[in-house]
Design a protein around this ligand. Structure first.
Ligand SMILES: Cc1cc2nc3c(=O)[nH]c(=O)nc-3n(C[C@H](O)[C@H](O)[C@H](O)COP(=O)(O)OP(=O)(O)OC[C@H]3O[C@@H](n4cnc5c(N)ncnc54)[C@H](O)[C@@H]3O)c2cc1C
Length: 417
């Protein structure tokens, strides 16, 4: 449930006010950095985004967007959801397969739309990044800017980059992912935690024979599994994960590809063919990591968002979805408070308890992927969970923006300098 808006907030909702700060710097042009940039510009903020990559390349894997993430994107800018649906694939059926590629069970995916008001959409990370970037003027995204750190005082924050440039801002948002340098300064909690799960994923264009249009597939192996996603425009994503104490990376792309093929020698030909058809350099290899939840994301004029704030295992598919919640809620908090200090405090209050529970459940979920049927049954017998899986999913998917206020509506009612 959303925390109820206080009486003070309700009054402020009805007021028109000006942006609380002049300049906002965002580190990271990933999904979170771009989404919060779109949201803040809707409210009239001067926003600049700094990204370490030299250009926007077709990278990243396939993602599932769920009703909560889509609801928050819609509240930021309704056109975003239309563009994403056009770019990705609305899932009609989910399919469980064995590792020979044979279908074991199918389920209609209509419950997402029927129960939570949005469909399940599968999309390529890169397409999503492009959709978000298309809503911003190109000259506010500064590529080739790797942030090294920052310093702040009562008057502002100075941000340092590896190309020698120094930028001043009134507010700094660290949206720089799980290895965030902004978090490193604020929280100093060292390296992410490896969850004994390795990941390999790729997006390809090929004539695959395992999935029909509108399907999302899950292949259950033995201590390993694979997701199969149609991600729109004829592109297809596979995501393979494997229980592994060893989190070392392969030496080169060819070694990455042969490593996966060696793991799936006994899998069916249609599934092996997907990996074989994938150019080695397109396969992303990486350990699945998270961090333990913390009780604060901000210090002074600096705050965190997305994976920088609450990195989580992908088991519940909530990394990007909860990041879109953050983007809206940070902008919303800035639109409702009388000072940026109060806004950041409200943002943390709204976000930290919810993301803490999602982080914790995601880490547990990652290990459950690898249980055998008998292990899962034994656990379920012993478990006396206070909240069932279904109830937890309900609390995630049905989450809506506070008071369903869309940022564009706040803007239209006169909130702009
Ligand atoms: C295998 C896998 C499957 C997943 N599946 C799903 C899913 O189905 N659904 C879902 O919702 N989520 C999923 N996720 C999680 C999702 O991808 C992330 O939660 C989401 O991308 C986080 O967005 P972000 O903007 O916070 O971070 P990122 O996407 O990591 O973006 C951070 C950006 O900051 C830039 N950057 C980093 N450091 C610096 C620096 N020092 N200076 C400047 N720029 C910097 C990076 O280049 C990058 O562009 C999955 C993740 C994995 C690993």
């Amino acid at each position: 449930m959303n925390p109820p808006a206080s009486a003070q907030e309700k009054t402020q909702l009805e007021q028109t006010s000006k942006p609380l700060v002049q300049k906002v710097a965002i580190i990271g042009a990933g999904l979170g950095g771009l989404a919060v940039a779109v949201a803040l510009r809707k409210l009239g903020y001067n926003v600049q985004v700094y990204e370490k990559a030299q250009d926007f390349r077709p990278v990243g894997g396939g993602l599932g967007l769920l009703p909560n993430g889509l609801n928050f994107l819609q509240a930021i800018a309704p056109e975003l959801v239309t563009l994403i649906k056009n770019s990705g694939c609305e899932v009609i059926t989910t399919v469980l397969k064995n590792n020979q590629g044979e279908t074991i069970r199918t389920n209609p995916a209509s419950r997402y739309q029927d129960k939570y008001g949005q469909p399940l959409v599968t999309v390529w990370w890169w397409h999503l990044q492009q959709v978000l970037a298309s809503q911003l003027p190109a000259d506010i995204i500064h590529l080739h800017h790797r942030c090294l750190g920052f310093q702040q005082d009562d008057t502002g924050v100075e941000i340092y980059f590896d190309n020698g440039s120094v930028v001043s801002a009134d507010l700094l948002i660290g949206a720089d992912g799980i290895n965030s340098v902004i978090r490193e300064v604020l929280i100093q909690d060292g390296k992410p935690r490896y969850l004994e799960s390795m990941s390999w994923r790729a997006v390809i264009k090929c004539n695959q024979q395992v999935l029909n249009p509108g399907e999302l597939g899950f292949v259950k192996g033995n201590r390993d599994f694979m997701y199969l996603l149609n991600v729109g425009d004829g592109h297809f994503a596979w995501l393979y994960r494997r229980l592994s104490l060893d989190n070392s990376l392969s030496e080169n792309p060819a070694a990455v590809k042969s490593r996966i093929l060696s793991y799936i020698t006994d899998w069916g030909e249609s599934l092996r063919a997907l990996v074989e058809a994938t150019p080695a350099e397109r396969i992303l290899e990486g350990p699945i990591c998270d961090r333990l939840p913390v009780n604060s994301w901000s210090q002074g004029r600096v705050t965190l968002l997305g994976d920088a704030a609450h990195p989580m295992a992908p088991a519940l598919g909530q990394g990007a979805n909860s990041t879109f919640e953050d983007a809206y809620e940070l902008a919303y908090s800035l639109s409702q408070a009388s000072s940026w200090q109060t806004a950041l405090a409200n943002y943390e209050q709204r976000r930290i308890p919810r993301t803490q529970s999602i982080q914790t459940r995601s880490a547990i979920g990652e290990m459950r992927y690898y249980e055998t049927e008998s292990e899962a049954a034994a656990r379920q017998m012993q478990e006396q969970s206070a909240i069932s899986r279904e109830e937890f999913q309900d609390s995630i998917f049905s989450y809506k923006p506070p008071q369903a206020i869309a940022l564009h509506a706040i803007l239209e009612s006169g909130f702009q300098s």
